[in-house]
Design a protein. Sequence first.
Length: 282
Amino acid sequence: KVIGAKEEKQWYQRRVRGAFSRAFECVFSISKVGNQYLQYNQPWVLAKGSEVERARAGSVIALASNLAALLSVILSPFMPTISKILQEQLALPDDRKLFSEAFVPLLKSGHKIGNPFPLFSKIEDARVEELRAKFCGTDGSSGGVTDVAALQGEIEKQGNKVRELKAAKGDPALIKSEVAKLLELKKKLPAELQQQQQGKKKGKPATPAKPTAPATPAAPAGDIAALQKEIELQGTKVRELKAGGADKAVIDAEVQVLLALKAKLPAELQPKPTGKKGKKKK
């Protein structure tokens, strides 16, 4: 039995029929089989053993590398950027980037791969909790509703405080500080409620104040061009993860990476707010 052969055949048949979502499931299946194969055989342990065990480790790595090459090919219709990066890491020749119904080795004996690096960032437990707290929203349970109601009460109270300070022509520095607190509170609202609040502000010419980001030192033009390219690649990566129905926690983590990259741009090159969102009223 050839590792991944059944899954590749299913992928090919589903792709030919145009069942792309079902075909994409096979990509994950092959990846899962490859991971199980590596974990079971533990080539990193075999490589430290006898001559026979070291030879076995080489065979395991060879098959795993060919599975990775296969994944890079069948992933290309769904996530072309990730596919391209993986093929560059493997140094996969152009004449081997072939769709096939049967599994065939794409990397020949003695093939040298490029420089490998993780395709996706590792998400630590602390990061998962941070993302969950930031993006979880409400699930309709009484606890969630109560939390949101309490937060809205704090926002209303802080908003009144800001209005009173402005009406009394208070110290500008104090007003700015209280406005920053108000904006931080609003950021904690679920996304749908934030959009509702933005909708209520239409018609007002003034743009709401936002917390000032830490200043970044000016970078040479070459560095800026490289950063913009990195932002473009990361943006494509995020879009492909969303289109591929990847896990929300993974998408959120990659979005944060994208935002962190954009924050490194000089102020004049950072994306400007687009203003009103949603459909225009006729």
